[in-house]
Ligand binder design. Structure first.
Ligand SMILES: Cc1cc2nc3c(=O)[nH]c(=O)nc-3n(C[C@H](O)[C@H](O)[C@H](O)COP(=O)(O)O)c2cc1C
Length: 144
């Protein structure tokens, strides 16, 4: 079974809800999805998965330094050619998911659309979109 790593930074649980829904969507398409807070992931292990979804909420018009550093370590471990996704909850500007996508793309990750941004706490409809992204990730990784 292909494996998906879902990595997130979430301060109040909003991005975590997105991460769980993405993982569930992938599982529904028979991909083994593991979802954890970024500080629980070993970046080298995450980089060894077939696909990697990274999410963060936005703070001060960017992503917080710890998740930026985690992504750098992930990239150092080697992620070129893998399937990826970027996501995150935001309040008013929502730069973090865009910056995550940019960093990963520059490292050769194939980021699938959409870069998913949800304002504040996800609604049922928003979670359905997250689930859909998980399913799309799963289909992409299975068809490689
Ligand atoms: C101190 C602080 C700074 C923030 N800065 C931004 C910002 O620059 N742009 C934005 O879109 N949202 C900003 N937000 C809103 C958060 O991104 C938003 O509350 C998000 O839903 C938090 O998700 P989380 O629970 O996954 O961390 C800020 C929130 C706080 C508390």
């Amino acid at each position: 079974m292909p494996k998906l790593a879902v990595v997130y930074l979430s301060t109040q649980g909003n991005t975590r809800m997105m991460a769980e829904a993405i993982a569930e969507g992938a599982r529904e398409r028979h991909v083994d999805a593991e979802v954890n807070n970024f500080y629980e992931w070993d970046p080298v292990e995450a980089a060894s998965y077939d696909a990697i979804a990274v999410g963060s909420s936005t703070f001060y018009y960017t992503m917080l330094d710890p998740i930026a550093k985690f992504i750098d370590r992930l990239i150092d471990a080697g992620v070129s050619g893998k399937i990826g996704a970027a996501f995150g909850s935001y309040g008013w500007s929502g730069e973090a998911p865009v910056k995550i996508a940019e960093k990963l793309r520059n490292a050769g990750v194939i980021i699938i659309d959409p870069v998913l941004r949800i304002q504040y706490t996800p609604t049922e409809k928003d979670l359905f979109e997250c689930n859909r992204l998980g399913k799309d990730l799963a289909e992409k990784v299975k068809n490689r």
